[in-house]
Ligand binder design. Structure first.
Ligand SMILES: [Fe+2]
Length: 385
């Protein structure tokens, strides 16, 4: 039982949350004593005008900054290395990561390489980072990855065409400035995909074999908020309450999985992201109901609690567990997530995807431990949808 487990809980990132709170960025830079900050972001954030919301604040405060906008989706090792080279040559003393999970994960990588040198692959795994990487301030513009409060960074190894993670509390942001207003301009498809990523974090964080009471509590509340607000945020982007609900949910979901783990859904999503550069949130959204269905019988009581958090009524735990799976299926459809077949992945590649999923360390966290053959069954089911 989870309640008898030994656990430790640390959240190294201070969270500053609120509508309009982006304006506190100059104050946060002063607290860190930062004189030469470098913004880390992607070209989409620049082109959309979102970056201006932040640079205007810096300009008005008379703060000079440099800009690295070379982050790509499913951020690559080469993005990290180029950003680190720039930070080093500019003698940056702080990184301001603005954007979704890609920008923030890339900034975490840059923070290490800028101070330690080497390749980001050298730091793969848990606890490999020593010393003090560059301090990071995170400013999320999506509500999904939760990377603003986690202490891991997922990077694509371009040569091996696989994703790997670097985990260390030393790369956690010093402060996460979470302003729901910055998420208002997110288009519907990105709102849906990132929201389903947050739902996957919450469900996997709560149901992972290694979960603990705090991860359970925040994961369940995140599920409640996502079922209350995701449809609203997708339907009406300028509904600030919907946006605030989703940003809060994504933070909670990230606290859940980062103190527990993700599981089989992320195992497949990371394989698809590394091999085919598919959007992380969509990969999760597509796989989540199928994996839940496949794992349900191994986790009935927790799935029933999920159903209650979703606001469903049921007569027995078994009925509740089944209802939770159906509700996730429906939510995914309602917010417009495309089917797996839209990825156009040939069946001949399924085994490679299954092997990569199986080899992912988070496979051991799934309530039903999956074999390569299990992943093959799931992939074939997905392809038939
Ligand atoms: Fe994720």
């Amino acid at each position: 039982m989870d309640i008898l487990k030994t656990f430790s809980f640390e959240l190294p990132t201070r969270i500053e949350y609120g509508v309009g709170c982006a304006s506190r960025l100059p104050k946060e830079l002063a607290i860190l004593g930062a004189k030469k900050p470098m913004i880390v972001t992607d070209k989409g954030i620049v082109a959309s005008g979102l970056l201006e919301n932040i640079t205007v604040i810096l300009d008005e405060a008379g703060i000079r900054y440099d800009l690295f906008d070379g982050v790509e989706p499913n951020p690559r090792d080469e993005n990290v290395h180029r950003g680190a080279e720039m930070a080093r040559s500019l003698q940056s003393d702080c990184l301001i990561a603005i954007g979704g999970g890609s920008s923030i994960d890339c900034a975490k990588g840059i923070s290490i390489i800028a101070t330690h040198g080497g390749r980001i692959q050298d730091f793969q795994g848990a606890g490999k980072v020593s010393g003090t990487p560059l301090p990071i301030i995170t400013i999320p513009t999506t509500a999904g990855s939760g990377s603003e409060v986690t202490f891991s960074s997922v990077i694509t190894d371009t040569e091996r065409k696989t994703k790997f993670s670097v985990r260390s509390t030393r790369i956690a942001a010093k402060v996460a400035i979470c302003d729901p207003e910055l998420t208002v301009s997110m288009p519907k498809n990105l709102t849906a995909a990132t929201g389903m990523d947050a739902l996957t974090h919450a469900i996997e964080g709560y149901t992972a074999n290694c979960s603990e009471p705090i991860a359970n509590a925040v994961g369940l509340y995140a599920v409640e908020l996502i079922f209350k607000y995701l449809r609203r945020a997708v339907a009406k982007g300028d509904d600030i309450e919907g946006r605030a609900g989703m940003l809060t949910a994504s933070i909670l979901a990230a606290i859940s999985f980062s103190h527990s783990d993700v599981a089989a859904v992320h195992c497949i999503a990371e394989a698809l992201g590394g091999m085919y550069d598919k959007p992380h949130g969509v990969c999760n959204a597509v796989c989540l109901p199928e994996i839940m269905d496949y794992s349900k019988d191994y986790c009935i009581p927790k799935y029933a609690r999920l159903a209650a958090a979703m606001g469903l009524e049921f007569a027995s735990a078994e009925e509740g567990a089944a209802a939770a799976v159906e509700a996730v299926k429906k939510l995914s459809k309602d917010v417009g997530i495309p089917p797996f077949s839209s990825f156009e992945i040939p069946e001949s590649r399924f085994r490679e995807i299954a092997v990569k999923s199986f080899e992912n360390l988070s496979n051991a966290s799934n309530p039903r431990i999956l074999t390569i053959d299990d992943y093959m069954v799931i992939l074939k089911k997905l392809a038939s949808r």
